[in-house]
Design a binder for this molecule. Structure first.
Ligand SMILES: [Zn+2]
Ligand SMILES: [Zn+2]
Length: 88
């Protein structure tokens, strides 16, 4: 007699759609940042860690959408993992 292990209970990565529902402010901050880049208000920078030119803006404060740290995808993920936060 053995109990069934809850393999399915392991939390999977939340789909982007769910993330958007949970983090409306983060979504707004990202949209604002994108608009700012488009208008030339904010200039995209390379990753501050490795210098990858394909960096994305990481928000430390959603109330300041233009105030971001530029990180490539890998380091952006690492940063969020370190913060244990879901938002961007
Ligand atoms: Zn990087
Ligand atoms: Zn981020």
């Amino acid at each position: 007699m053995s109990a069934v292990t809850d393999e399915a209970q392991k939390s999977p990565y939340a789909p982007q759609a769910k993330w958007r529902e949970r983090n409306p402010k983060a979504v707004w901050a990202q949209a604002a940042l994108r608009a700012a880049i488009k208008r030339g208000i904010v200039e995209p920078q390379p990753c501050v860690v490795c210098g990858d030119p394909k960096a994305e803006g990481h928000h430390r404060d959603y109330d300041r959408p233009a105030d971001v740290t530029w990180l490539c995808r890998r380091h952006h993920r690492a940063e969020h993992r370190a913060m244990r936060a879901e938002a961007c």
